[in-house]
Design a protein around this ligand. Structure first.
Ligand code: ADP
Length: 497
């Protein structure tokens, strides 16, 4: 019998651009997202994307650290980046992450010996200005006009702006059908100090009434004002940035764009974070074998010389020691609840003042608090796998990964209701609808009150287990996020939002 012919898929071309991407080069959370999301989008079957084959490609700078690790690569294409004093030569090297092609762009303005992000705003300004212009020339050199240009944070926001300038000048038909998206992972970093580089490259400031004056001279607001669509990494954060508290001075402008801003939660790499296979744990477990989990708590208590009483709820923190993370609220709040039963292990590094404050807490409560001030991914896993509650009282949290990892490992998150924490943690008096505990107010008292609730709930094992299982059953897969992005790409292409 003749096989029924499937309609041949259309191709959607997406050029993803970013400063970093795991596993090629990772400095922070941005690298986690750009190392996974484009791959997940590329992997979507045409049946899930209205018949589109997703030809996603990623471009990052050929940072010196990459060059040192991959010195033998040959450039696949050479091109010029426009500059008022004459074109600057650029080359792209190609590698693959899984099925994803990754172009790494090289040229004199990408320093041969410098970190991904330097402390010198001027140096970074030129590097990322050059890179942002270069990605457009790369597409042209490959004769590969993207349907979507997807930029991330200030480092690549100028690619969006430069493309909009070209479109408005109607001198560049190559990008006539390219739509742009700019994702904000970290709003406070806007690229201040790039104005000199922009001027040198002939990129004019943006005169837009909706922006504060300074916004016309910094890459992120320039991109935000000219991208066809904006995203943040959680729905709540997408709303929060419209307010003075979180908007960093751009709240009025962002309000004017609120119908073209979406929040899409990041996913979690479900293979990398799996209590069933995690070799860092003393004992593996899953939702079917949750009872085994207790052995991990036992191992932690023994390791850190805490009283061997398994009935005491074990509170853990795994965090950067930063004001953003509310570490001070946790320390102060725990003092407030010294009268109820709990013990705690705090893991974090960063701000020396906060590290010292956490050590002081241990000195005050040596029989129930341990503080470890280092970056220790192995210990972090053991804490997720053995702790009863993860404290995460962030002042702001665009997305947040730690609360998702904790839930996957049966460790119940106790969070401030902000950004991605509000979107992922459900707190209800009905344990069937609850996977954690939330508090609203940014104060040690509010944290203390929620810890009291958590400790009381812990005393009821049956409903506690329900909460754990609810958390473990959450779908944090990247595929869900990937589909949400593609849906917006499609709207952009079809309806020309
Ligand atoms: P952010 O990116 O703002 O620091 P997230 O919650 O999104 O916060 O991600 C934090 C990630 O870093 C998690 O994977 C967490 O386990 C890890 N992490 C944070 N602090 C430490 C530490 N001291 N040791 C090991 N891992 C840590």
């Amino acid at each position: 019998m003749a096989k029924k012919q499937e309609p041949s898929p259309k191709t959607m071309r997406v050029l993803f651009v970013a400063a970093e991407a795991d596993p090629i080069i990772k400095v922070g959370g941005l690298g986690d997202v750009t190392g996974t999301l484009p791959r997940e989008i590329r992997a979507l079957e045409p049946s899930m994307t209205s018949g589109n084959r997703m030809d996603v490609r990623l471009a990052i700078p050929y940072h010196s650290a990459i060059r040192k690790r991959m010195p033998d690569l040959q450039p696949v294409v050479s091109f010029n980046v426009p500059h008022p004093d004459g074109p600057i030569a650029a080359r792209a090297f190609l590698t693959q992450v899984g099925e994803l092609p990754v172009y790494m762009i090289d040229g004199a303005p990408i320093p041969q010996d410098a970190p991904v992000y330097s402390l010198d705003a001027g140096e970074d300004g030129e590097k990322f200005t050059f890179f942002s212009l270069a990605v457009l020339e790369l597409a042209r050199a490959l004769d590969w006009p993207p349907d979507i240009l997807h930029a991330n944070d200030w480092h690549t926001a100028l690619a969006v702006y430069a493309l909009a300038l070209r479109r408005s000048q109607e001198q560049d038909s190559f990008f006539a059908n390219t739509r742009t998206m700019l994702s904000v992972h970290n709003l406070p970093f806007m690229g201040a100090g790039t104005d000199e580089a922009m001027e040198a490259y002939g990129i004019p400031p943006l005169d837009d009434d909706r922006l504060p004056l300074w916004g016309g001279y910094q890459p992120l607001p320039m991109g935000l004002a000219t991208a066809d669509y904006l995203t943040t990494v959680s729905p709540t954060y997408a709303r929060e940035i419209l307010t003075p508290e979180f908007g960093c001075g751009l709240e009025n402008f962002l309000q004017s764009r609120s119908d073209t801003i979406a929040g899409i939660l990041n996913g979690l790499d479900m293979n990398l974070w799996d209590p069933h296979t995690d070799t860092a744990l003393a004992v593996n477990f899953d939702s079917e074998t949750l009872d085994k989990r207790l052995a991990n708590k036992q191992a932690l208590i023994r390791e850190f010389g805490l009283p061997a009483n398994l009935d005491l709820p074990l509170l853990v923190m795994v965090t950067r020691m930063d004001r953003q993370k509310g570490v001070d609220l946790a320390i102060e709040g725990l003092r407030d609840v010294a009268g109820i039963p709990w013990q705690a292990i705090l893991l974090g590094s960063g701000d020396p003042g906060l590290e010292a404050a956490a050590r002081t807490l241990e000195a005050e409560f040596p029989y129930r608090v341990r503080t470890i001030t280092r970056f220790d991914p192995h210990l972090a896993r053991r804490l997720y796998g053995g702790g009863d509650m993860l404290l995460m009282p962030s002042r702001y949290e665009p997305g947040g990964l730690a609360q998702m990892i904790a839930m996957r490992y049966g460790c119940i998150p106790v969070v401030r209701a902000t950004g991605g924490l509000r979107d992922t943690v459900k707190d209800s008096s009905n344990p069937k609808e609850s996977n954690g505990f939330r508090f609203e107010e940014e104060s040690p008292e509010a944290l203390a009150a929620v810890v009291r609730r958590g400790v009381a709930a812990y005393a009821e094992p049956k409903t506690w287990r329900e909460r754990q299982l609810n958390g473990m059953a959450q779908d944090f897969s990247w595929q869900r996020s990937a589909l949400a992005y593609v849906k917006i790409y499609q709207q952009l292409i079809e309806t020309k939002i």
